[in-house]
Design a protein around this ligand. Structure first.
Ligand code: NGS
Length: 279
């Protein structure tokens, strides 16, 4: 079975011939990071990235169209490396994509799930992307065959991560990078908004998907391989297990339909849209 068999395709333009699948792309992506500190305006324009971090192939019609959402606070160096890397990587996959960085203000503990919900809501106001990828800033995909598109079911993409010895830390792990169809994200009511601090929101997301009658899927570990950028681990939130265990009772009323935030800034940067939120 080919990986592409279970991908859901969306053409953004009806003209021109479809981009090739690049099945021969089963290689580890190599990119020199020596230019990572060059001005992003320069390399982004060399890569033909539009303001706000959007790109589509020019020589063929993309099969897939995705919004990549990154929750963020205080990791400027990671963000710089990530952007440089991911644009080069995604362009090799010949997909249409746009990158959104959702930045939390300093008031409260970091809330990864809430930032994903905000990102999703802001993106679909602008354009109804059919597929979303929820992505940590410290993870770099290795295999070009790990295509940034949605499968029929929500997909756990970051299976074999460097910091966990390229092994999945536990079977139901659903963290790091995931892809999900827009309609499925609406169906599961997004992430919980309640997980402040480290841990649990990804397990809760897994439970919502399963409780909504969907399965989750993965590609093999060789393909779902990620390198990781080093950082200090966050402080685990002490009440995360209580929230996790009650999730099945509350997910209908905790998520996209109970989202509260205000936007402090929205900027079209050279490599992404930057949205600073107050929560
Ligand atoms: C679990 C966390 C997840 C986290 C995962 C990371 O324990 O949110 O660890 O893998 N769940 C809870 O805290 C409830 S680990 O660093 O443990 O290998 O993503």
């Amino acid at each position: 079975e080919q990986i592409t068999d279970n991908l859901v395709s969306f053409r953004i333009e009806q003209v021109g011939k479809l981009c090739p699948y690049n099945e021969d792309n089963d290689t580890e992506f190599q990119l020199l990071l020596s230019n990572v500190n060059n001005e992003d305006k320069v390399w982004a324009s060399n890569l033909n990235i539009s303001e706000g971090g959007e790109w589509h192939p020019f020589k063929c019609s993309a099969r897939y169209s995705v919004a990549v959402v990154i929750p963020y606070r205080n990791r400027a160096n990671h963000l710089k490396i990530f952007m440089y890397y991911i644009h080069h990587f995604l362009q090799k996959q010949n997909i249409h994509y746009k990158i959104f960085v959702i930045e939390q203000d300093e008031k409260r503990d970091f809330n990864r799930g809430l930032l994903f919900n905000i990102g999703f809501s802001e993106v679909i106001k602008e354009k109804r992307f059919p597929c979303f990828i929820f992505h940590d800033v410290d993870l770099l995909p290795v295999n070009l065959k790990n295509i940034y598109a949605c499968s029929k079911y929500p997909r756990h993409m970051a299976v074999a991560i460097e910091k966990y010895g390229y092994k999945v830390p536990y079977d139901r792990y659903f963290g790091g990078v995931t892809s999900i169809l827009t309609d499925q994200f609406l169906l599961v009511n997004g992430f919980s908004n309640k997980f402040y601090g480290w841990g649990g929101e990804d397990d809760d997301f897994f439970n919502r998907i399963r409780n909504s009658g969907l399965q989750v899927v993965r590609f093999g570990t060789r393909i779902s391989k990620y390198n990781s950028l080093f950082h200090e681990e966050g402080k685990p939130s002490p009440d995360r297990y209580n929230k996790l265990y009650r999730g099945h009772e509350t997910y209908h009323i905790d998520g996209l339909n109970s989202l509260e935030y205000s936007i402090k800034k929205k900027i079209n940067a050279n490599t992404h849209v930057r949205i600073v939120v107050e929560i």
